[in-house]
Design a protein around this ligand. Sequence first.
Ligand SMILES: [Fe+2]
Ligand SMILES: [Fe+2]
Length: 198
Amino acid sequence: MTLTTLGLELPTDPRWVNIAEMNIGDILIDHAYCEQKAASSCISLIVQYSDKEALVETLTPVVAEEWGHFQRVLKELRRRNIPLGRQRKDEYVNQLRSRLRRPVGDQNEQLMDNLLINALIEARSCERFKLLSENIADEGLQKFYRELMISEAGHYRNFIELAETYLPAERVRARWKEFLAVEADIMANLEVRGDRMH
Ligand SMILES: [Fe+2]
Ligand SMILES: [Fe+2]
């Protein structure tokens, strides 16, 4: 899995993985919430677009997978006696959502944006999991993050393919390019911190 296959324009700051490893407890807490939000975001899509068969079919098992990831991260926390605590502010996702939001218009365009935001978050998470799996010393976590990386890469493809199911592929590609540019800009300006997955 490379940056190019994921489409991302900007690689993660190389300092991140080292400070993340030093703060692995905080990373696991933040990660747990990422998985929880991924599951709940898929449920929202299924609720909002219950008449779209392919979407319901594709995302229903993804909910189960994300919830499984959440459970696995909880287990890693428990093993280390780290309480989950309350959710922290997710600056990355907040900025993505606020900068990529647009006035309500065409319903299919809205659906596409919704799917592409999810695809972006999956792609970036996948890149970060890869960095963790290749750079941290804890062998159990290396394996854990490798498995999750593969799973999130599949979700990234699911979201792109769903967008292409409901809109012309060219339209999706054009919008995806805009999203990638915005994501790269957010990444470039976001503080590099060891207590956040993004
Ligand atoms: Fe996940
Ligand atoms: Fe995912």
